[in-house]
Each structure stands twice: as C-alpha cells, then as structure tokens.
Design a protein around this ligand. Structure first.
Ligand SMILES: NC(=O)c1ccc[n+]([C@@H]2O[C@H](COP(=O)([O-])OP(=O)(O)OC[C@H]3O[C@@H](n4cnc5c(N)ncnc54)[C@H](O)[C@@H]3O)[C@@H](O)[C@H]2O)c1
Length: 259
C-alpha cells in the first residue's frame, strides 16, 4: 500500500517539470491527483500519463494568479476527486533582467504567479485541509534564501513564499494542517530554457548559484516533496528543505574552476 492511498492531492504547475514529476509520484503511491496548470493541454497529458500507468488523476485548467480561477479549480477537484488532503504549489515563472531595466509588468506577473498564486491556492484549499487534516508543500527556491543576480522579482517572490510558509505553518500547527516548503536549486526542467542573461552580464556573479554537482532531475526533488507531504514527516512544520547541491550551504559561492 502506498503512502498516499486514497488521499486526494492537488499539484499546481502539474503539466511540466517538478509538478509533473510530483503528480506522477504521488499517484504512483495511491493519491488521486488533481493536475492543475495554466497550460490545459499539458495538464491533460500528465493526467493521461498517470491514468495509463494505472493511477487516478484529472486535469484542471487553472491560472493560480486569478482568485476566481483558483476557487473554481479547487471546487472542481473536490467535486470530482473528493476532499483535497495535500496541496503542492509548484506553478512558477521567472526570467533574468537587470533590475534598473526590469519591466514593472513582468515584475508584477512573477510576483502574482509565484507568491500571490501560492497564497491563493492555500487560501482556497485550506478549508478542505482543515476539515479532517492535510498538508501543504510550497515550492520555493535557493533564490528565496540567497541573492541571485538579475533575478530580483524571482528572488523576492520566492523569499515571500518562504515566509508565507512559516506564517501558515504556525497559524495551523494545532489544527491538523502541516505547511512546509522545499527549496530546490537548479533542476533540469523547461523553466529556464527561455531565460536570457542581460547583455555583457558578469558571469562570475552567477557562480554562487551554480552547484559543483550541476543540476538535479525533477524526480529527485519530487521524492523530497513526497517525503515532506507524507506522514513520515509528521514533526516537520514550517521547515524550508533545501535540495540544491550545496548552494545555500556554501553561502559565499563556489570558487572559480581552475584555469
Ligand atoms: N527549474 C529550476 O531550476 C528551479 C529551481 C528552483 C525552483 N524552481 C521552482 O520549481 C517550480 C517548478 O518549476 P519547473 O522547473 O518545474 O518549471 P516548469 O516551467 O517546467 O513548470 C512550471 C509549470 O507552471 C505552469 N504555470 C505557469 N504559470 C502558471 C499559472 N499562472 N497558473 C498555473 N500554472 C502555471 C506552467 O505552465 C508549467 O507547466 C517553480 O515554482 C520554480 O520556480 C525551479
């Protein structure tokens, strides 16, 4: 019997990368999964993969930055699959820019998806979690725990996710709802494919955010998310779990490679 037998999970950004890997793993271990994504086709494809593999899943189109869309999607999961007991907030966007050139519209979009979107999903899922217990795992980033150049909006949004996690964790600690965050470093996903560094960017500034171990596979991080969501992590409350190849631990940054 899997760790999540019959426990309904909602995974945002479930159509790609870490969200996809997490949705597949939770389903493999028995969870009926609501796969939420702005990209409806991608959510459909992942739900179909899960069903083909013998699991249970349904896809729901959802823009996490839109309160009406979030409310409707959470209600649809509850009506279609049953009471949500787990929420994984993996939807996210980003991009590089010099801060003095950042487009205020893009700043607002990054904060709206990464931070406000995470809050809205918690806001509308919490009533279900409180009705019998549950858990939330927010996906933060090493960029929420350290400075990353050319990424002010992303860093600010992920820093916000980290303290949002702590705030919710203490608010609900005695009401049967555990809230934690997982903070990955670089993962091999489509997220960064469209990122372009500003012209003449000093690459040395980026060395501290590049692990000696390269990037992780999303499946490795999904395994960490599943542990945090499982009952084995009963005593884990408000934790920010780094899985980043040593980036935050190193602090000062990895030294230059030998010439
Ligand atoms: N890839 C990395 O190197 C890395 C590192 C640290 C943290 N993270 C975080 O991990 C999480 C997952 O990222 P990923 O690498 O799997 O990226 P990804 O691009 O592969 O997946 C993100 C998914 O979120 C969806 N999405 C975007 N905007 C949305 C919206 N408004 N509403 C609903 N869904 C939306 C996208 O359609 C996509 O399917 C993100 O929160 C990201 O910030 C990623």
């Amino acid at each position: 019997m899997g760790r999540f037998e019959g426990r309904v999970a909602i995974v945002t950004g479930g159509g790609s990368g870490l969200g996809r890997a997490t949705a597949r793993l939770l389903a493999e271990e028995g969870a009926p999964v609501g796969v939420l994504d702005l990209a409806a086709d991608a959510a459909d494809a992942v739900a179909a993969e899960i069903v083909d593999a013998g699991g249970s899943a349904s896809a729901f189109a959802c823009d996490v930055s839109d309160p009406g869309s979030v409310e409707a999607a959470v209600a649809a999961v509850a009506a279609g699959l049953g009471r949500p007991q787990m929420l994984v907030n993996s939807a996210g966007i980003g991009g590089f820019s010099r801060s003095e050139e950042e487009d205020p519209v893009r700043w607002a979009a990054i904060v709206a998806v990464n931070l406000t979107g995470t809050f809205l999903m918690c806001r509308f899922t919490l009533p279900h979690l409180l009705d019998g217990g549950g858990t939330i795992v927010n996906i933060a980033s090493n960029a929420g725990l350290m400075g990353q150049p050319f990424s002010a909006a992303y860093c600010a949004s992920k820093g916000g996710v980290i303290n949002l996690t702590r705030a919710l964790a203490v608010e609900y600690v005695d009401q049967g709802v555990r809230v934690n965050a997982v903070a990955p470093g670089g993962m091999r996903t489509p997220l960064t494919k469209g990122f372009r560094l500003p012209e003449d960017a000093d690459l040395d500034l980026l060395r501290p955010v590049m692990s000696k171990l390269g990037v992780s596979e999303p499946e490795e991080v999904a395994a960490c998310v599943a542990y945090v969501a499982s009952d084995d992590a009963r005593y884990m409350v408000g934790s920010i779990v780094s899985i980043d190849g040593g980036l935050v631990a190193y602090g000062g940054g990895f030294p230059k490679p030998k010439e």
